[in-house]
Ligand binder design. Structure first.
Ligand code: SAH
Length: 326
């Protein structure tokens, strides 16, 4: 819901100042429409329903994975596709994967989103409406900005959305913004964000030449500078940075590459999350055995590392698979 539009509509009607907050409170708690907002005058509810669309996004399709993951495909009012994913875990975690852009202007070779046409930055409301959609079907407790797009290219809107997530039940400590290492946004994220929002870096290779091959953005923002910003984040916030590393067979999964990664990152600042490659055409994923060996090599070198549980692969909802194929 566009809360600026709502505020304008409430003001124009001479409503008391607290109306917009009242509506937001309902939406954040999972209301499905204005008609549920019983502490609003009925006439106002009717007028708002006409003047301010309840969501900035229209749901087009929802797919359910065998593992309980749900992927939603939305359209913005001007026709851009947006996908968001809800992951449910046995321990009660309900984690949202949010998109910050429709498509992505970067062209990481292993990611399906990079191959689709870039649309535009999403507004803060379009980001929040992804979360509100899933909030209607139950409580939420984690959010990652790991859907379509590069959050640091749309930092203001990402942050204004993230700042409202606690109202929906997702604290800042359980909110993570992931980046390829887009320096201008990353610098601002480190300098300006006072909330304990977490940071994740998509690294994928310790070696600069290989990283540039996999992620052309590496030529633009040198890895040393990116890592320096991550270290600054850790020094300022006292929280480790997550490093995402997608495991590509014969490309970045050799033991010596694990050792180089551990040397590059050092033992104190980062925590590595190894991501099994979700097929998008170009690469072969590393075997389970290779992933386990790589992890072991990191641990031996003193670098904490975990393997990401793959979710939603059967509905193309897993990492790197969001491409609004239709
Ligand atoms: N643009 C930001 C936010 C998207 S996060 C970023 O890249 O960090 C999406 C994560 O999924 C990134 O770590 C990305 O590298 C990873 N990913 C992309 N394609 C993948 C694939 N095919 N299999 C597994 N992970 C993939």
């Amino acid at each position: 819901m566009d809360l600026d539009l709502l505020q304008g509509a409430a003001d124009a009607r001479g409503e008391p100042g607290y109306r917009a907050a009242q509506v937001w409170e309902w939406a954040a708690r999972g209301a499905g429409g204005y008609d549920e907002m019983t502490n609003l005058p009925a006439s106002l509810r009717d007028e708002l329903a006409v003047a301010v669309p309840f969501s900035t996004l229209t749901l087009e399709e929802e797919a359910r994975s065998r593992d309980g993951t749900v992927k939603a495909l939305f359209r913005t009012a001007d026709g851009h596709p947006v996908e968001a994913v809800l992951m449910r875990y046995r321990d009660g975690r309900r984690s949202l994967c949010l998109s910050s852009q429709s498509g992505c202007p970067l062209t990481c070779t292993f990611c399906a989103t990079g191959a689709m046409r870039f649309g535009r930055n999403l507004t803060a409301w379009e980001i929040l409406d992804q979360a509100l959609h899933f909030r209607r079907s139950g409580e939420l407790n984690h959010a990652v900005f790991m859907g379509m797009g590069e959050p640091m290219l749309n930092l203001d809107n990402v942050l204004s959305a993230a700042r409202r997530l606690p109202d929906i039940g997702i604290t800042h400590r359980r909110t993570t913004v992931s980046t390829v290492g887009w320096l201008p946004g990353l610098r601002r994220f480190v300098d300006d964000v006072e909330e304990p929002i977490r940071l994740a870096l998509s690294l994928h290779a310790a070696d600069g030449a290989l990283r540039s091959e996999l992620m052309p953005v590496n030529d633009r923002h040198p890895l040393d500078d990116v890592l320096a910003e991550c270290r600054r984040y850790v020094a300022l916030r006292g929280r480790k940075v997550f490093v995402e590393y997608v495991m590509l067979a014969g490309v970045n999964d050799r033991a010596e590459q694990a050792r180089a990664l551990a040397r590059l990152l050092g033992p104190k600042t980062f925590k590595v999350n190894l991501i099994p490659y979700n097929p998008t055409g170009r690469f072969e994923g590393s075997s389970r055995k290779a992933i386990a060996a790589f992890r072991e090599a990191l641990l031996v070198a003193g670098l904490p590392a975990t393997v990401r549980l793959t979710r939603g692969r059967d509905i193309d909802a897993a990492c790197g698979q969001l491409a609004a194929a239709r």
